[in-house]
Design a protein. Structure first.
Ligand SMILES: Cc1cc2nc3c(=O)[nH]c(=O)nc-3n(C[C@H](O)[C@H](O)[C@H](O)COP(=O)(O)OP(=O)(O)OC[C@H]3O[C@@H](n4cnc5c(N)ncnc54)[C@H](O)[C@@H]3O)c2cc1C
Length: 263
C-alpha cells in the first residue's frame, strides 16, 4: 500500500506571531515546526503501513525553504521518504493554490505506482480552516472521509469512525481515498534516537512547480481566488485583573467572581 501523508510547516504556536502589511502571517525569521495535528496523520499512516506490510509512506508538503523540517520530522517518526514542493511563485497561495500544488505532487508520486490513501491532519494550527482536505479530495477526484477518530483499511476499502455530538458514525469508501485524521485517532510516537539517525539518510525530493506541471499563474498571489481585505492584531485585554497572593487571594478571587455574578 502506498500512503501519502500531507504535513504542513507552521510557525511555532508558542512564539510571537505577527501579521505583515499584506495581512498574511509573517513566516520568516521565526521558528517553524511540523503542525502538531499532522503528527496524528503521520502516526495513522505508519500504523496502517505496518498492519498492511510491504507499504510505503511518503510525507508531502507544500511550503517555503524551512518546510523541509516538517517533512524531516515525519521521516524521524518513520515515514519512508519525503517530497516538498518549493517554488517562489507559491507565495501568497490560498487554499486553491496550495491544493493545486499538492494534487500535482500526489499525481507525480503516483506515476511510479498508484497511491492508495492520502492522509491529512484535521487542521493546520496557523490557518485553521480545515478546508484543505475536502478541497484536495475534490481536486484528486477521491472519496473523502473527514475527521476520523479511528481509521482502518481492509479488503480494498478504508473505514473510519467519526465522533459527533452524542453519536458516532462509521463510514467506508473504496481505495483510493482521502482521510483526515483527528487528534483522538492515536497517540503519535515520539521519534527515538534510531529514528532520528535513520531519517538523516532518507531522501526528500524537492520539486519546483515546473516539475509537477503546474502553471505558476495558477498558484500564489497571482492565482488566489480569495483576497485578504483587512486584518488587525487582537487588542490587548483591558479588563485584566492581576491578584497577587498575600494570603487573601482566594477571598478576593471569589469576591471578584461573585460581583460579576459568575458564581
Ligand atoms: C489570500 C491568501 C494568501 C495566503 N498566502 C499564504 C502564503 O503566502 N504562505 C502560506 O504558507 N500560506 C498562505 N495562505 C494560507 C494558505 O492558503 C493556507 O495555509 C492553506 O490553504 C491551507 O489552509 P489551512 O492552513 O487552513 O489548512 P487546513 O485546511 O486547516 O489543514 C488541514 C490539513 O491539510 C494539510 N495541509 C494544509 N496545508 C498544507 C501544506 N501547505 N502542505 C501539506 N499539507 C497541508 C495538513 O495535513 C493539515 O492538517 C494564504 C491564504 C490566503 C487566503
Amino acid at each position: 500500500m502506498k500512503i501519502v501523508v500531507c504535513v504542513k510547516f507552521v510557525p511555532d504556536i508558542q512564539a510571537d506571531r505577527r501579521l505583515g502589511q499584506d495581512g498574511r502571517v509573517v513566516r520568516d525569521g521565526g521558528d517553524g515546526t511540523l503542525n502538531e495535528l499532522d503528527e496524528n496523520a503521520v502516526e495513522a499512516a505508519l500504523a496502517l503501513a505496518e498492519a498492511a506490510g510491504d507499504s510505503e509512506v511518503v510525507a508531502l508538503t507544500v511550503g517555503p525553504a524551512g518546510a523541509e523540517d516538517a517533512v524531516r520530522r515525519a521521516l524521524q517518526m518513520g515515514a519512508d521518504r519525503g517530497v516538498q514542493v518549493l517554488d517562489d511563485a507559491l507565495a501568497g497561495s490560498d487554499v486553491f493554490g496550495t491544493v493545486t500544488a499538492l494534487a500535482a505532487a500526489v499525481r507525480r508520486i503516483a506515476a511510479d505506482g498508484p497511491v492508495d490513501l492520502v492522509l491529512t491532519g484535521m487542521a493546520a494550527l496557523d490557518g485553521l480552516t480545515s478546508l484543505l482536505p475536502a478541497a484536495l479530495a475534490a481536486e484528486l477526484d477521491l472519496p473523502q472521509l473527514t475527521l476520523a477518530a479511528e481509521v482502518a483499511v481492509e479488503d480494498g476499502a478504508v473505514r473510519i469512525r467519526r465522533e459527533l455530538d452524542g453519536a458516532s458514525e462509521t463510514l467506508a469508501a473504496p481505495l483510493p481515498a482521502l482521510v483526515s485524521v483527528t487528534d483522538q485517532a492515536n497517540a503519535p510516537r515520539y521519534p527515538n534516537f534510531k529514528g532520528i539517525m535513520a531519517a538523516r539518510k532518507k531522501p526528500i525530493q524537492v520539486l519546483a512547480l515546473a516539475d509537477v506541471g503546474v502553471d505558476p499563474a495558477a498558484v500564489g498571489a497571482a492565482g488566489a481566488r480569495t483576497r485578504i481585505v483587512g486584518s488587525s492584531p487582537r487588542p490587548p485585554r483591558e479588563d485584566r485583573v492581576l491578584i497577587t497572593d498575600d494570603g487573601t487571594a482566594g477571598t478576593r478571587l471569589a469576591q471578584y467572581l461573585a460581583e460579576r455574578k459568575l458564581v
